[in-house]
Design a protein around this ligand. Structure first.
Ligand code: 5GP
Ligand code: 5GP
Length: 229
């Protein structure tokens, strides 16, 4: 009888354990930030920038990354060093990546080092939902779909070095995408607050935009510059 009880116990454990692991791996993050950067604001700081080896990028927002996040504002990073960046898995995307995900860090590079960093720090934490090819393809799709520069220029907000109200910038992106963005500012060489990065939130299955469960911290002025590039 004891033996029977023990084996029933063991069998239930074997049956239950995998579902416990499945539950925890499906709760490994809650949503994504999709982050795009304005190249003019990366380049006009005291630190300056370097154009990629393929030449000066278009005067458009560029992708920074797709970042898994928790609802409490914290985030996982560098989740899997057994899955390094492998450019051969994204060879069909590279020409689009050069245009839409250009690197501006110095020294000049092709972009591979930036993409590798984003995949290894953030992408590896999203593998319960998307693989490496899907990570980059999803990001490219989101860039096209959100068309931030189109949203801003439609509202008369142009990268011309003038200042615009933070409210009008937020409002025009909300009107065009349907979702509230979070705006990150940095400072130009003279110390003026300017539009640097735009955060939009994406549901955990990476299928579309959502309202952000939580916003990052940080502050812009009420009026911020939109520098040219
Ligand atoms: P910074 O300290 O410049 O805001 O961020 C440096 C880097 O930390 C970012 O480029 C990004 O890789 C990571 N990071 C900062 N804030 C967040 C966040 O709220 N969520 C995630 N997933 N990563 C972040
Ligand atoms: P994160 O801030 O996402 O953790 O890391 C950004 C890293 O990518 C830094 O090491 C930065 O030097 C590098 N990087 C390369 N190109 C760019 C770029 O165009 N923009 C930003 N923000 N970082 C870049």
């Amino acid at each position: 009888m004891k033996l029977l009880q023990a084996s029933v116990c063991l069998i239930s454990l074997v049956l239950v354990l995998p579902s416990i692991f499945a539950a925890s791996s499906s709760e490994d993050f809650d949503f994504f930030y999709f982050v795009q950067q304005w190249p003019g604001s990366y380049c006009d700081t005291q630190k300056s920038c370097c154009y990629p080896t393929s030449g000066k990028p278009a005067a458009d927002f560029g992708i920074h990354g797709l970042w898994p996040n928790y609802k409490d504002g914290t985030y996982p990073s560098n989740c899997d060093d057994t899955k390094p960046f492998d450019s051969s898995t994204i060879s069909d995307l590279v020409s689009s990546m050069k245009r839409n995900w250009p690197t501006l860090a110095c020294p000049s590079g092709s972009g591979e080092a930036f993409w590798e960093h984003e995949w290894e720090k953030h992408g590896t934490c999203s593998q319960s939902v998307i693989n490496q090819h899907e990570y980059f393809q999803t990001s490219l799709g989101l860039k096209q779909k959100t068309n931030l520069l189109g949203a801003l220029t439609k509202a008369g907000i142009n990268p011309d070095g003038n200042s615009y109200s933070l409210e009008s910038i937020r409002g025009s992106i909300k009107a065009s995408t349907g979702f509230t963005p979070w705006i990150e500012c940095n400072r130009d060489g003279s110390g003026n607050s300017q539009l640097y990065q735009v955060y939009l939130c994406v549901d955990r299955s990476a299928s579309g935009l959502i309202e952000c469960p939580v916003f990052p911290h940080g502050k812009c002025g009420a009026q911020i510059e939109f520098p040219s590039f």
